[in-house]
Design a protein around this ligand. Sequence first.
Ligand SMILES: [Zn+2]
Ligand SMILES: [Zn+2]
Length: 173
Amino acid sequence: MNCPKCNGYRLKPKKLENGLLAFACDNCQGSLLPMLQYLQWAEQHSTTIIDACIEFKLDETSQALLCPKCSGLMTKYRISAQSENRLDICNRCYETWLDSGEWQLLKHLQVLDKLPKIFTEAWQKNIQTEIAEENQQNRDKEHFENDFEQIKTFKTWLDKYHKKQDVLIYLNK
Ligand SMILES: [Zn+2]
Ligand SMILES: [Zn+2]
């Protein structure tokens, strides 16, 4: 199999973790992870892996990739709202492409055991909601400036208060 990113580079077997074999490219440090291998490994190991907090070089491929195994078009799925990185998966053979550093990123974000979930509509929707909420909060921050924290504290309290409607009426008086 050849690297989906680098012309003329063959993927070589590489140990991602103890008991987890992937195929990696020497040139871009990306790796191809067979889903079945991953699932078998994750069942026993993923929750015991602790983030070692080592520094890692992150890469992200913007162009569409073709599956090294079946040449089918791979689909991109964002990992989390905190990072722009996306994983590529082949919808036919479930091979997953990880750019350089993305395995370490999964560890860092503590989603190493969540691979199949990341490839769901629900996961992707949650990320979009989180991003939208963050953008809204940034706009509010800009608008209220130094008073924002106080207003936010008040809102948090008000949202849970059993006489919320009465308070709103009172404020509008
Ligand atoms: Zn490569
Ligand atoms: Zn494929």
